[in-house]
Design a protein around this ligand. Sequence first.
Ligand SMILES: Cc1cc2nc3c(=O)[nH]c(=O)nc-3n(C[C@H](O)[C@H](O)[C@H](O)COP(=O)(O)OP(=O)(O)OC[C@H]3O[C@@H](n4cnc5c(N)ncnc54)[C@H](O)[C@@H]3O)c2cc1C
Length: 327
Amino acid sequence: MFEASNEAYRSLRQRFKGDLLRPGESGFDDARTIWNGMFVRTPGLIARCDDVTDVQNAIRAGSETGVLTAVRCGGHSLAGFSTCDGGMVIDLSRVRQVSVDPATQRARIAGGCLLGSIDVATQKAGLVFPSGVVSHTGAAGLILGGGTGWLTRRFGLSCDNVEAFTLVTADSSIVRASSVENPELFWALRGGGGNFGVVTEFDVRLHRLTSVVLAEGLTPIDQIRPLLERWRDFMADAPLDLKWNIDLRLAPHKEKIPAELRGQPVASSSLVWTGDPEVGRPHLQRALSMCPPDSASSRITSFLELQTIADSDFPHGRRYYTKSGYF
Ligand SMILES: Cc1cc2nc3c(=O)[nH]c(=O)nc-3n(C[C@H](O)[C@H](O)[C@H](O)COP(=O)(O)OP(=O)(O)OC[C@H]3O[C@@H](n4cnc5c(N)ncnc54)[C@H](O)[C@@H]3O)c2cc1C
């Protein structure tokens, strides 16, 4: 089972600058663990790259030996695509540089970055890159799949804010894709997922934003249907500064939740307003009018806080199963 990965190891060990980890070695168990505890797999080799040359060498070793290969950024693939049994994992977790140019409102994001490191770097210049809602998610998997979050209505999908990709293709060459260089590849990379090569850098556009209004409220079960109808009608023409998410869930047993709702099925609304707070106030009030007043709240919060608020709801290592539907 490990024959091909052992061969890849032999081919890499003289020239690889990062770590080459094999089963039984110190650090291997941590390195093979991905976010979804449903996928506990044992690769034969984890090639943790230091730089682009390491990525090229790993890909070359992969194609020469024919070893089953998985690519990993943040390891948050819900389906476990960033690991494998017996093969080689090309691990980008060391390649996490973010360089921001405040003057042009552009950034270069390395292929192994997590969303949180991008937020921290861009906020130093009062700028944002529109991405997802959990800061420990990997940027590469998210951007290559499209990427939605709190800022999608205002600034678009993550992939639509990429101006150029630098990637290593299966023949280990370095290729750029933008609207003028390899435009068909550029099109494919914006939502087509991870199968076109290993992206080592994303050149992205940034936007000005440092704080938002965050409003939240709970709606009891008998009001959920009218709430969803209102949401459908209201959001069709709502300003792009507003994002309104609704989760159907059991209300937690927490002091700040009205006693009669604790443990009950509710619709939990979270609204983010990215424009002038005064302009947003009537929109937020209207959206929350179907929540009992003692379940509703509204406050100005920093963008960095917003981006980490949901982190603890999705801890690493649980056995997650998800499905999506299109309405
Ligand atoms: C807790 C959580 C919250 C999420 N929130 C959001 C959200 O708000 N918005 C949203 O749009 N999505 C969200 N997602 C979905 C998420 O975007 C995808 O699961 C995404 O694939 C994760 O990216 P990753 O880099 O962490 O994953 P990985 O598991 O590392 O990789 C995912 C896929 O991308 C490939 N890949 C990784 N790095 C590269 C690279 N550099 N070049 C080429 N291919 C690569 C991998 O081979 C694999 O196929 C969330 C997922 C989780 C688990």
